[in-house]
Write a protein that binds this ligand. Structure first.
Ligand SMILES: NC(=O)c1ccc[n+]([C@@H]2O[C@H](COP(=O)([O-])OP(=O)(O)OC[C@H]3O[C@@H](n4cnc5c(N)ncnc54)[C@H](OP(=O)(O)O)[C@@H]3O)[C@@H](O)[C@H]2O)c1
Length: 288
């Protein structure tokens, strides 16, 4: 857990609830120097209390990932303060605009893209020089919906597909500089992702005359409740710790059997992205 005699520095975004929260707390308990970002002051205080309760140390900082200048500044400050950034878990997201193309406004699509795609891209861009310098690790949280589209959740799927495409393209390039990249694709996990605060932030949809469509939040809630594969969030932290510690982490990682089954129609032949990684390396080698 050390780099040049000091603890490895891990930056995790979106740690005020869900996957980011357990990852930050478990990584701190495992000995990483964790910089945990959040944007809600109350939930940041709650995270601080939970860290204290567990007797672990977290460096909790404010970060709104759609503020790209703030992302650059935060990453620079962390690198300056700790001397190195060894790993990044780009996790903040879970932003929706639900419905079909007929219902979702263009602003709705942009709202989702701003966080789930551009915000995460800003984090990755800012972190890369530091990860290259230390042959570090990049973990980007997309979704099973980053591989398979999901009815009535197309803006979310589009944003996660975009992030998958960017990271899948980046991974072989930075691998040549020693940076190991994993795209994490959860299925349904019990987190704040469907909390009422998300519903409250949904932008109004287009009014479709004589709409044949069901109410999409209600539909998504029922689909998730009936999957039978909803994963407890506590399972997630140890999975991230394994990925961070692995000498040879996969390009893709689904967090639960349900997620594996969901993406299988498209990527069963390459569930962990090993063949993609080899094909990308062969593509790069064409220029050598
Ligand atoms: N839970 C699932 O079923 C599931 C499935 C597949 C993929 N995922 C992905 O897993 C990741 C974590 O989600 P989660 O399930 O843990 O949901 P969550 O409990 O809602 O956590 C999301 C975290 O991201 C933060 N966040 C959202 N937008 C942000 C922004 N613009 N700037 C900074 N922070 C922001 C949230 O902060 P606030 O609390 O302030 O909003 C929260 O801390 C997301 O990328 C999500 O898409 C989740």
């Amino acid at each position: 857990m050390t780099t040049n005699g000091s603890r490895q520095t891990l930056l995790v975004t979106g740690t005020t609830s869900g996957i980011g929260r357990v990852t930050a707390l478990d990584a701190a308990a495992a000995g990483y120097a964790v910089v945990a970002t959040g944007r809600d002051e109350e939930r940041m205080k709650d995270l601080e209390r939970e860290a204290a309760r567990r007797g672990v140390e977290l460096d909790i900082r404010f970060l709104e990932i759609t503020d790209h200048k703030a992302v650059e500044n935060l990453v620079s400050e962390v690198a300056r303060g700790y001397g190195h950034i060894d790993a990044v878990v780009s996790n903040a997201g879970g932003i929706f605009a639900l419905g079909t193309a007929e219902q979702i406004t263009m602003d709705g699509y942009r709202f989702v893209m701003e966080t789930n795609f551009f915000g995460n891209l800003a984090v990755i861009k800012a972190a890369l020089p530091h990860l290259r310098a230390g042959k570090g690790r990049l973990i980007v949280v997309t979704s099973a919906n980053g591989v398979m589209g999901a009815p009535y959740n197309e803006a979310y799927a589009a944003s996660k597909f975009a992030l998958e495409g960017a990271v899948e393209s980046l991974a072989p390039v930075v691998a040549r500089f020693g940076v190991r990249t994993t795209i994490v694709e959860p299925g349904p996990v019990v987190t704040g992702v469907m909390a009422p605060r998300r519903l409250a932030k949904l932008l109004p949809n287009e009014q479709v005359a004589n709409s044949p469509y069901p109410e999409p939040w209600d539909l998504l809630t029922r689909v998730i409740a009936n999957t039978g594969g909803v994963q407890p969030v506590e399972e997630i932290g140890p999975l991230f710790l394994d990925l961070l510690a692995s000498d040879n982490p996969p390009l893709r990682f689904q967090t639960a059997p349900w997620a594996v089954d969901f993406v299988a129609p498209k990527i069963a032949a390459d569930i962990d992205g090993g063949r993609v990684a080899a094909a990308s390396e062969a593509y790069l080698a064409l220029a050598d």
